[in-house]
Design a protein around this ligand. Structure first.
Ligand SMILES: [Zn+2]
Length: 86
C-alpha cells in the first residue's frame, strides 16, 4: 500500500486495525508482526503514511467497514517518533 514501491517485506511496517487508548478504532503499528487479524504493510516513513492517509488506503487495506472511521493518528505519532530517532 502507500507508494507501491517494491521492497522486501522486512523493510515494511505491518499495521493492523485495532483501537487507540480511548478505545476508538485506529490503525495500530505492529513492528513485530505478531498481532492477529488482517494486516497491511507500508514503508515506515512519513511520506508513505501521508500518501496512504490521503488515498484512504488504510480502511481499504484492512477491510475496515464500520462507519465510525479508522483513525491513523496513532500510527502517525509512531512514525514521527521513529523519524526523530533516525
Ligand atoms: Zn512506500
Amino acid at each position: 500500500m502507500g507508494c507501491r514501491a517494491r521492497v522486501a517485506k522486512r523493510e515494511l511496517l505491518r499495521v493492523t486495525a485495532g483501537s487507540d487508548a480511548d478505545g476508538r478504532p485506529a490503525v495500530v503499528p505492529d513492528p513485530t508482526a505478531t498481532s492477529p487479524g488482517r494486516g497491511a504493510h507500508l514503508h515506515p516513513t512519513s511520506e508513505c503514511y501521508e500518501l496512504a492517509v490521503r488515498r484512504k488506503a488504510f480502511p481499504r487495506a484492512l477491510r475496515f467497514t464500520a462507519g465510525a472511521g479508522l483513525s491513523a493518528a496513532l500510527l502517525g505519532e509512531y512514525l514521527g517518533q521513529r523519524d526523530h530517532q533516525a
